[in-house]
Design a protein around this ligand. Structure first.
Ligand SMILES: C[S@@+](CC[C@H](N)C(=O)[O-])C[C@H]1O[C@@H](n2cnc3c(N)ncnc32)[C@H](O)[C@@H]1O
Length: 224
């Protein structure tokens, strides 16, 4: 039984189809169960926080399985950047979409009762060459368990993947919320950025865990 619309159903409790409209909520229960059974623990890294909806679901699901001890939420907190390069011409996204400032997100987490659930920290700024160091600072000594990429655009995803390159390790779950945006084309968006990242890092592999909703794809990272 869900407490509210952002409550992921526990994996063991009549688990629903992830391709349903609640897929983006429940994917975190699936990932939490995967991590728990494979004995992987660490931080939850989210890129693209919006209002905080996915952060609420994530905090609930990973905390329930006790797999993530800290939650690092990264965003401009000003919405999407100006579209450049291959992102120009998107019919779906434009500058300023999903603009929620950090106090609004903090209030949202509070409203859903997850603000005190576990250490939550924020990394504010445009994704770019400094993001890798900022994320490394925020992580401290913590290994990563989940990387949730919900940044819509190729350019943004490109920076995010560069930022996490030094933190990925076998067993880390990587969620790409916008895998099927841009007509599910491999030439745009998160698909393109991910393909380029894998090419640039020989030995890196992503093995599919699940699809969710019409849009998302979950993988498990591996490295030769
Ligand atoms: C679709 S929203 C995230 C929704 C959220 N994960 C949820 O499910 O509620 C996309 C977010 O990515 C952020 N974003 C995209 N590109 C960015 C960039 N280059 N730098 C910083 N933030 C970015 C936007 O500010 C926005 O909050």
């Amino acid at each position: 039984m869900r407490r509210d619309e952002l409550d992921p159903l526990p994996y063991a409790e009549g688990y629903p189809s992830l391709l349903s409209v609640t897929g983006r909520v429940d994917i975190h229960s699936l990932a939490a169960k995967f991590l728990s059974d494979s004995r992987t623990q660490g931080a939850y890294l989210e890129f693209g926080v919006g209002k905080g909806r996915s952060a609420v679901s994530a905090l609930r699901a990973y905390r329930r399985e006790n797999v993530c001890d800290r939650y690092i939420l990264c965003d401009s907190f000003e919405g999407l950047p100006e579209l450049t390069g291959v992102d120009v011409g998107s019919r779906q996204f434009q500058r300023g979409d999903y603009a929620f400032d950090q106090p609004a997100v903090e209030a949202f987490l509070e409203r859903y009762g997850v603000a005190d659930a576990a250490p939550v920290s924020f990394v504010k700024g445009w994704f770019g060459p400094d993001t890798a160091d900022e994320v490394t600072r925020a992580l401290g000594d913590s290994p990563v368990a989940v990387i949730h990429v919900d940044v819509d655009l190729y350019e943004s995803c490109n920076w995010v993947l560069q930022a996490v390159t030094r933190h990925v390790r076998p067993g880390v779950v990587m969620l790409f919320d916008d895998w099927n945006c841009f007509n599910a084309s491999n030439r745009f968006g998160e698909r393109r950025a991910t393909a380029e990242w894998l090419n640039a890092n020989p030995g890196f592999e992503l093995n599919e865990l699940s699809s969710y909703g019409w849009h998302g794809r979950a993988f498990v990272f591996d490295c030769l």
